[in-house]
Design a protein around this ligand. Structure first.
Ligand code: 5GP
Length: 129
């Protein structure tokens, strides 16, 4: 069965898309730690980061770097944090999180955004790509 992220990539489930190329896809996390929290995923469905082949691993990091630079320009923050967890969704994804404080990186505090707010944030990030 396809992962929820494959369904998002294939357009079966809606998302607030940030960027896409041949191999990778970025979209806003639906339950963000902070405004602008973005997920970067390889289109190839692999569960764990360290099981990626070297080319996909490097490609994912390069893609996340580009998205992260746009995110840092778009969202006021001290820096953009990058983390890989994967305990919830078994499809490799890099979390890019605009950080103001350590709590933004801990997945304990969450922010809630309306549809309009998600759309505005996505547009703002995309304008820096
Ligand atoms: P992890 O697998 O790294 O522990 O966390 C998975 C992340 O994916 C969580 O931050 C969660 O909010 C996000 N997530 C789970 N399901 C969806 C979804 O359907 N859409 C979006 N945009 N994000 C999701």
């Amino acid at each position: 069965m396809s992962s929820i992220f494959t369904k998002i990539i294939e357009g079966e489930i809606p998302c607030y898309k940030i960027a896409e190329d041949e191999d990778f896809f970025a979209f806003l996390d639906i339950n963000p730690n902070a405004v602008g929290h973005t997920l970067c995923v390889p289109k190839k469905e692999v569960d764990k980061l360290l099981d990626l082949d070297e080319e996909t691993y490097s490609g994912l990091m390069n893609f996340a770097r580009k998205v992260g630079i746009a995110l840092e320009a778009a969202i006021p923050c001290k820096r953009v944090g990058m983390t890989v967890i994967g305990l919830e969704v078994p499809h490799v994804h890099v979390h890019l999180i605009p950080l103001q404080k350590m709590a933004n990186a801990t997945f304990q505090e969450k922010v809630s955004l309306s549809k309009d707010e998600f759309e505005e944030v996505a547009a703002r990030i995309k304008s820096h790509l």
